[in-house]
Design a protein around this ligand. Structure first.
Ligand code: SF4
Length: 262
């Protein structure tokens, strides 16, 4: 990944180059105007946010919240939850999907925290440095950089940018990084390119764009506010034009860093 281009004119990045600082600010400005307000989710206690984020994997917000509510109703305290049998917890969180994977993961996290801290309390994170919190969270079983960034951003109000599947897809198509950057590396790239004061809201904006316009299978580039700044758009639009003229069935264009299946 090259250094940030210092140009003051927002423009489409050249192939293999990330967007300039001016382009990043313009991306944010346009997304904010089209998709804002970009307020992040309400803040929760760090442990609550951590477990909620585990439950959010591969499901909708609605089903995540249903699973969380059912879990807390069945196990009203963290201590009771930590003592649950995996099958009991899996039954409680079934509305959130992947319950047989998430249940043992949640139990491993809680028991590891209890062993280290002597209690199920992460309130010390409020006064700890961002690096210390991130290192602690990613040392827990099954906790990766996205989950850690969610706790940092949404619970602690720190300038983190969680890279979920939507953010990854949008940012890759916008040239922040290419196919060779894995999701873990993508966090470091995004935090290097996006100013601290914009990170959490850029996360919210990219998720909204990814859900509504820059969708996985068929990005709607013609109506995208980032059209003239996006290095992937010309190949998508060119492919559609060729498809329309030949009458062949549409398939996603293979653009640089652009159309890998998610
Ligand atoms: S122009 Fe197209 S590929 Fe680029 S961000 Fe917008 S929808 Fe996605």
């Amino acid at each position: 990944m090259g250094a940030v281009n210092g140009s003051e004119t927002p423009r489409r990045p050249r192939p293999g180059r990330p967007p300039s600082a001016a382009t990043v600010r313009e991306i944010y400005r346009r997304l904010s105007r089209r998709l804002g307000p970009l307020d992040p989710p309400r803040r929760l206690d760090p442990l609550e946010e951590l477990i909620l984020t585990v439950l959010s994997q591969n499901t909708s917000d609605v089903n995540r919240d249903r699973a969380y509510a059912a879990m807390r109703a069945r196990f009203p305290t963290w201590e009771a939850l930590a003592e649950a049998l995996p099958a009991e917890l899996a039954a409680a969180i079934r509305p959130g999907g992947l319950s047989n994977i998430k249940a043992p993961r949640i139990l491993s996290i809680l028991r590891e925290i209890r062993d280290r801290e002597g209690s199920l309390d992460l309130s010390w994170m409020q006064g700890a440095s961002t690096d210390r919190v991130r290192d602690y969270l990613t040392s827990l079983p099954g906790v990766g950089p996205k989950t850690a960034a969610c706790v940092l951003a949404f619970s602690l109000g720190r300038p983190a940018l969680p890279v979920d599947t939507h953010v990854y897809r949008v940012a890759r198509r916008m040239g922040f990084f290419d196919d060779r950057t894995d999701p873990a590396g993508a966090h470091a790239v995004m935090e290097a390119l996006v100013p601290a004061r914009l990170r959490v809201r850029m996360h919210v904006a990219m998720i909204r764009l990814g859900r509504t316009i820059c969708r996985a299978g068929r990005p709607a580039c013609q109506v995208c506010p980032l059209l003239d700044l996006c290095p992937t758009a010309p190949s998508v639009i060119g492919h559609r034009a060729r498809t329309a003229s030949t009458g062949s069935s549409p398939r996603p264009a293979r653009a640089r860093g652009g159309m890998r299946s998610e």
